[in-house]
Design a protein around this ligand. Structure first.
Ligand code: SF4
Ligand code: SF4
Ligand code: SF4
Length: 278
């Protein structure tokens, strides 16, 4: 459920893909700020030239490359993938324990202490954003945080700070005004739509592009907020959820997982202290 009183009050990203140079400073800044591990990359992995091949629990944002021909010349277009921080987030609407919520400041954030690992959020998100730490003994869901802690400290998100050209960040109504100003001033430069202004009921990440969105790899979503649809699709899942764990009741499963996570945190804290003592 959305807790944001007025989505127009929150801050949003305005990402002008026509100004992106593909430098991937945003990817690096995100990794640095969130202390995310590096991933093995390969040249020409998957479609396009992007690396790593997909967003993951270690990569919260990624620049997708698309090559195309313009006036007989080879050109590149880019798309910065990340959580859209939806005004009415489908991930939050299906979470049975309220582990996700939309903040008044804009980002949709995740509370690991509440998470029971059901992964409904991964099924519900129309943008394929939440990822699970499959390689860990006690996995959590991972996704872009919108750099919530930076925003609370009066800073801009790390990717927006690092970007030399393409990412603006500010109140939603101001960013919409600025996007529409650019569309009016430079009609030949842009597709005449602001992606995210209305998609999925409006999001806190909005884009301007030159190429059609589907050619860049943007997800096709309805303009209607998605929680209504996702509940229709998932309405039978709670009965499955209640049988998970064979003989375990849902409650004992939740408690068990919480205990394991808390033990893991204690172990990690001990390990860190031991390292610091050396
Ligand atoms: S893009 Fe997906 S994970 Fe991000 S807020 Fe929207 S529904 Fe949630
Ligand atoms: S807002 Fe923060 S967490 Fe999200 S992509 Fe940008 S740097 Fe990464
Ligand atoms: S930092 Fe800015 S210009 Fe560089 S790849 Fe990211 S969005 Fe594009």
């Amino acid at each position: 459920m959305s807790t944001q009183k007025n989505p127009n009050d929150g801050n949003v990203f305005l990402i002008d893909m026509t100004k992106c140079t593909g430098c991937r400073g945003c990817q690096v800044a995100c990794k640095q700020w969130n202390q995310l591990e590096a991933e093995k990359t390969e040249f020409f992995s998957g479609e396009g030239y992007q690396n790593p091949p997909a967003m993951s629990d270690k990569t919260f944002t990624r620049i997708k490359f698309r090559d195309y021909q313009k006036n007989g010349q080879n050109e590149f277009a880019f798309y910065k993938e990340m959580c859209m921080h939806c005004n009415e987030p489908a991930c939050a609407s299906v979470c049975p324990v309220g582990a996700f919520h939309k903040t008044e400041e804009g980002p949709v954030i995740y509370n690991a202490d509440r998470c029971i690992g059901c992964r409904f959020c991964m099924i519900a998100c129309p943008f394929g954003v939440p990822k699970y730490e499959w390689s860990k003994a006690f996995p959590l869901v991972k996704k872009c945080t919108g750099c919530y802690s930076r925003i609370k400290a009066g800073m801009k998100p790390a990717c927006a700070t690092a970007c030399p050209t393409a990412i603006s960040y500010g109140p939603r109504h101001e960013m919409i005004k600025e996007a529409e100003r650019r569309l009016t001033m430079y009609p030949d430069r842009y597709l005449k739509t602001v992606y995210g202004k209305e998609e999925a009921g409006g999001t806190s990440v909005m884009y301007l592009t030159a190429l059609p969105f589907d050619e860049l790899g943007f997800k096709k979503v309805t303009l209607r907020p998605l929680p209504g649809y996702t509940w229709q699709a998932l309405r039978l899942v709670p009965s499955v959820f209640l049988t998970v764990g064979g003989g375990l009741s849902a409650l004992s499963w939740i408690n068990h997982r919480k205990e394991r996570l808390s033990r893991l945190r204690d172990e990690e804290a001990e390990n860190t202290e031991t390292k610091e003592d050396k």
